[in-house]
Design a binder for this molecule. Sequence first.
Ligand code: C2O
Ligand code: CU
Ligand code: CU
Length: 479
Amino acid sequence: MRRRSFLALTALAAFTVTGCGGGQGNVGSLEFTAPLHIPPVLDPAPGPDGVKRFPLRLQEGRAEMRPGKPVGTWGINGDYLGPTLRAKRGDRVAMNVTNTLGEASTLHWHGMRLPAKMDGGPHQMINPGDTWSPEWTVDQPAATTWYHPHPHGQTARHVYRGLAGMFLIDDDKDVALPRTYGTDDIPLVIQDKKFKDDGELNDNTGGTFGILGDHILVNGTYGPYFQVTTTNARFRVLNGSNARVYDIGFADDRTFHVVGGDGGLLEKPVPVRRFQISPGERVEIVAGFQPGEQVLLKSFDGDSDIGSGDFDLIKFTAAERLKPSAGLPGRLADLAPPAKPTKTRTFRLGGSNINSRNMDMTRIDEVVAAGASEIWELDNVTYSHNFHIHEVVFRVLDIDGEQPPEHLRGPKDTVFVPSGTKVRLAVEFGRHTDPKTPYMYHCHILKHEDQGMMGQFVIVPPGTEDHTSRTVSMSGHGH
Ligand code: C2O
Ligand code: CU
Ligand code: CU
């Protein structure tokens, strides 16, 4: 009964939020005259100590999202978005994040498996003028991860203004996928924006889900085209939007292959015509092209209640002569089945809370043993949400009792949880213990996260769970 009335409300809310595109949508009106911006790669050579050091500056800027109409933005080492960071499994990396903004922020490495103190969550604030220098060893399979701020209550605004970038992890496994960055291995960061009458970014987060913009950018470019020069191209798609869920495919409905997700490659390529992607998720695809053709990548009207709609995203123009590129290997990765779970935890997703509680930075919600395998059961009793867990990888076991589509069966860290559904995850936790510094789990609809739809967990040595303090000391916070 209760669930039903929630759902009815939801339908209404979704309609008012998405019902009017104001005629400004991304359909039919785009000319695709702007070359797609490809974020530069930052892959520093290791210093004498063997450490790769990445200088990163959070800064203010101005960006021409629409031609001739520059708007105030934030960026990392630039006006809008940040460089693509690149490191290899086994690399020791050190970040030097300098905050030149007028307010405190953080930088979180979404998808990275690292000690909690290096995670860049709300407990690692960087005050204006300060530099934060986390350091860790990259130890996980090749994957497309990303980075963005995580200041509690302000994440939506900071990401929306432009603070985000990709962090690509490589490993030694020689998988014959397209891999020339910017040529046949292309990042696609999808984000929707709204503009005010004076042309500036509109960050008014009204509505159930917050910002749903009517201008959809790819890598910060509005109406972009990309010239394809190879027979196959790999696209690393990141939904970097605050809320909107996309159902992505080509305008001619061609089949392409999903080769990877949040946590790395799938076992084998999965042929699809569309895939759904919610905020924070990454999907890697490989698509084939014919010489001289032009084709649009689109978002189609899907079944999500978070801004689903028909939008053109980017035009691909294939050269008259295409160079042969790496094909599609039959096998991509060996994925061990999830280990036997030792515990099940249930998380009831409410309007903007989890298990009826709002985020409290001083409270530890869950204590997990290092290296544990657990079932996390998400029970969404309201409109749609998604769910992200820091530090871990998980496999989606089932959605309302049914196996997820094949391309969602690989390692992930963020999952869409549609309105009124139950999703079960097999979660694999890492071994960096720190009973005093929590990691986060939360809805990645940034308005919901800011409203407190977030909880904290610590990873502790096995056997010490029961005498781990449930309170976080906030002394020294900010440094
Ligand atoms: Cu992408 Cu806790 O975030
Ligand atoms: Cu994260
Ligand atoms: Cu949510």
